[in-house]
Design a binder for this molecule. Structure first.
Ligand code: 2AM
Ligand code: CA
Length: 287
C-alpha cells in the first residue's frame, strides 16, 4: 500500500463553523421529525434525567459528521459520558487539554422533547485548548440558527445579535432552570426563585439551557441563571452571550470557562445586581 492509500480521506476547505452549522441543522431536522415517536424512555441519574433513542441517534449523527471532516479532533458529547456528576467532571478533565475539542448536546431540553413542548435545541461548540471559538445552537421548532465565532460576533440567521438594554432587575425578564438533581440543586434553585421573583419583571423557566443562553444573546431575555449544569449545556451559548455584548460568569462572578456549572448570563447591566441577589439568598451553589 502506498502512503496515499493509507491516509484516510479528509474533506478539506470546510470551516469549523460550517461543519458545526451543518451538523446542528441536520441533527435538528432529524430530531424534529422524531417528535412524538419516543417509545422507550431511559432514566439516567434520576427520574427527572431522561434520555431517548433520539438523543443517542442525534449524537451519533453529529459525531460522524464532525469526524468526517476532522478525524483527529476530540468530542465530548452528553450521551458519551456516564450519568452523574463525577463521571462528567472526569470526562472534562481528561479532554480539557485537547487541542480541538467539540462539545455536543444533541438534544438540550430532552424533557421538553419527550413531552412535545417545542423548546429544545441542538448545541455544538468547538474549543481550542479549552477556549470556546465556535458556538452553534439550532432550534428546529422555529428554524432558528444561532451562530457565534470568537471575535466575530454572534448572528441569528445572518443578523447580528445584541443583548437587551435593561438597566435594572425591576425591568428585567429573567430565566431560571430546574435541573435534574432533586437533592442538591433543587433547593438552591428554589431559593434563587424565591429571592428573584419579587425583584424582577418576571421569571421564565423554558427547560433548555442552550436556548436560554441564545435568548440572552438575542436580547429576548435580560438574564439567565441556573446551577448544576454540564459543559455541553453551556459551551456554545456562552460564546453567543459573550459575542453579543453580554456577560457570562459563575454564580459568584468569576468569568466563564469550561469547568463552570453554576452560571449567570446577562446583558451585563444587571449582572452585579443579579449575582448580589443570589449571594444574599445563599443560592449561588457555592456556599
Ligand atoms: P438536557 O435536556 O440536555 O438534559 C434544564 O434545567 C436544563 O438542565 C436543560 O438544559 C437540561 O439539559 C439540563 N439538565 C438536565 N438534566 C441535567 C443533569 N443531570 N445535569 C446537568 N444538566 C441537566
Ligand atoms: Ca441533552
Amino acid at each position: 500500500m502506498n502512503e496515499k492509500e493509507k491516509t484516510p480521506y479528509v474533506v478539506t476547505s470546510k470551516s469549523y463553523t460550517a461543519v458545526a452549522i451543518n451538523a446542528a441543522s441536520k441533527a435538528g431536522e432529524w430530531i424534529k421529525s422524531r417528535l412524538g415517536t419516543v417509545s422507550e424512555l431511559g432514566i439516567k441519574y434520576s427520574p427527572q434525567d431522561l434520555v431517548t433513542e433520539v438523543d443517542k441517534g442525534a449524537e451519533q449523527m453529529i459525531r460522524r459528521l464532525i469526524l468526517t471532516h476532522f478525524p483527529h479532533h476530540a468530542i465530548l458529547g452528553e450521551e458519551g459520558v456516564e450519568p452523574g456528576p463525577e463521571a462528567s467532571a472526569r470526562a472534562l478533565q481528561e479532554i480539557q487539554d485537547e487541542e480541538y475539542l467539540w462539545i455536543v448536546d444533541p438534544v438540550d431540553g430532552t424533557t421538553n422533547f419527550v413531552h412535545g413542548f417545542p423548546f429544545f435545541s441542538v448545541s455544538i461548540a468547538l474549543a481550542h485548548r479549552g477556549e470556546v471559538i465556535v458556538g452553534v445552537i439550532y432550534d428546529p421548532s422555529r428554524d432558528e440558527l444561532f451562530v457565534a465565532e470568537k471575535g466575530k460576533g454572534a448572528y441569528v440567521h445572518g443578523n447580528r445579535m445584541g443583548v437587551s438594554g435593561e438597566q435594572e432587575l425591576a425591568h428585567s425578564l429573567v430565566a431560571v432552570g430546574f435541573p435534574a438533581d432533586p437533592n442538591y440543586t433543587l433547593p438552591i434553585n428554589m431559593a434563587a426563585v424565591q429571592a428573584l421573583a419579587p425583584q424582577v419583571r418576571n421569571l421564565r423557566a423554558g427547560g433548555s439551557a442552550a436556548l436560554h443562553l441564545a435568548y440572552v444573546a438575542a436580547g429576548r431575555l435580560s438574564a439567565y441563571t441556573e446551577i448544576g449544569l454540564k459543559p455541553w449545556d453551556i459551551a456554545a451559548g456562552a460564546l453567543l452571550v459573550a459575542e453579543s455584548g453580554g456577560t457570562i460568569t459563575d454564580t459568584v462572578g468569576t468569568p466563564y470557562d469550561l469547568s463552570v456549572s453554576h452560571i449567570v448570563a446577562s446583558n451585563g447591566k444587571i449582572h452585579e445586581a443579579l449575582t448580589g441577589v443570589l449571594k444574599e439568598a445563599k443560592a449561588t451553589g457555592m456556599e
